[in-house]
Design a protein around this ligand. Structure first.
Ligand SMILES: C[S@@+](CC[C@H](N)C(=O)[O-])C[C@H]1O[C@@H](n2cnc3c(N)ncnc32)[C@H](O)[C@@H]1O
Length: 362
């Protein structure tokens, strides 16, 4: 479950720096207009990946390589056009062609399977959906006005809109699950959870992260807090991971209150969903429920000071487009903690884009 191997954080950061320098080298090896064109046309590659997922190409290749005509038959596609899409994807290192001309999975194609251990299929379907593309087409307007796109375009708050259409809701939730799953092992490996007797996951969804934490801290008990309609689905997942008898499920809204009695409060990818005012309400409700000295741990993609590439600089734009929310720097988190009655003690990087923002209730 969480026993996936997690590389040391130092190694991950060193590899990030090497990749950054290699990319710079790659960029300098061609005229700037050509480099820029290549960047712009990455949108086509992204849509090609989405098309492969929509067609179910990786799933069809799960049992082994297939001849082009057989693959086209299995995914119900035009043989000529599928072959052309596969040629383009193979040229990007996604899928490969065997010597005898069959298409096969490779390391980059395997996570496009829907049931891969860490599947990226959900994210590919969401980002390539017509609705998501339409939202991003308005990025310039969002930057000009500082206002979110989805409520203006759809007349509904982002989460309500995404869940208003069952198909889109399923695509969105699959996308969130696939990204969340990527972070679990590095987060659990990055912090000693065994020091705590009661761990509350606020906005913890169905309890996937809490289950992984309880697996790493066998003596601890958990409190799972989320909206009533969300925690309804928790017992099934907790049973699957064998943690149901150690978790108390508490339905409620973090804008009204937080559950009392924990000595660690964790929130993963919650505060980035909200502008400062609402973020402060959530943090203050936790502070009201927590005794002095209790630990608060946020799992967030903290924006680094450096100017190198970092995924959260783009997730920040996604937050703007959806809900006029934002990713934050360490200083911005420090200020929020102070205003809510916590002292930020440390920000620890993990082997994922997520950091652990640690603090104590004062
Ligand atoms: C981005 S998801 C993060 C879920 C989980 N922490 C994770 O990282 O996978 C945001 C979560 O906040 C929950 N949420 C939204 N509004 C809430 C509220 N008012 N009170 C409690 N939870 C809420 C959602 O139901 C959802 O589970």
């Amino acid at each position: 479950m969480t026993s996936a191997k997690v590389p040391p954080v130092g190694l991950v950061r060193a590899v990030d720096r090497i990749r950054h320098h290699l990319r710079q080298l790659h960029q300098r090896s061609a005229p700037p207009p050509a480099v820029l064109l290549e960047r712009i046309l990455q949108a086509w590659v992204a849509q090609g990946i989405t098309a492969a997922v929509q067609l179910g190409v990786a799933d069809a290749l799960a049992d082994g390589p297939l001849r082009p005509e057989e693959l086209a038959r299995r995914v119900d596609a035009n043989p000529d056009t599928l072959n052309r899409l596969m040629r383009a994807l193979v040229s990007e290192g996604i899928f490969r062609r065997t010597r005898d001309g069959r298409y096969a999975l490779n390391a980059l194609a395997d996570p496009l399977r829907t049931d891969a251990p860490v599947s990226i299929a959900g994210m590919a379907r969401f980002v390539g959906s017509p609705q998501h593309r339409e939202h991003w087409s308005q990025l310039g307007e969002a930057v000009r006005t500082g206002e979110a796109v989805i409520p203006k375009m759809r007349g509904l708050p982002a989460f309500d809109y995404l869940n208003s259409d069952p198909e889109l809701g399923e695509i969105f939730n699959d996308a969130m699950t696939s990204v969340s799953e990527l972070a679990i092992a590095p987060v659990v490996a990055g912090f000693d959870f065994t020091r705590f007797a009661t761990i509350a996951d606020v906005g913890g969804g169905h309890g996937r992260l809490l289950s992984a934490i309880l697996e790493a801290a066998p003596a601890a008990r958990g409190i799972l807090y989320d909206l009533p309609q969300v925690v309804e689905g928790a017992p099934k997942l907790l049973a699957k991971y064998g943690t149901a008898d150690r978790v108390e499920i508490v339905p409620g809204s973090f804008f009204d209150s937080a559950p009392a009695g924990a000595d660690l409060y964790i929130m993963k990818n919650i505060i980035h969903d909200w502008p400062d005012e609402q973020a402060l309400t959530i943090l203050r409700n936790i502070r009201a429920a927590a005794k002095p000295g209790v630990t608060l741990l946020l799992v967030e993609a903290v924006i680094p000071e450096h100017d190198r590439e970092f995924l959260a600089k783009w997730i920040d734009m996604e937050m703007l487009i959806g809900i006029a929310a934002r990713e934050r720097t360490e200083d911005e988190y420090r200020k929020l903690y102070q205003q809510a009655g916590f002292r930020l003690t440390e920000v620890v990087a993990t082997a994922s884009p997520f950091s652990l923002v640690q603090g104590l209730a004062v």
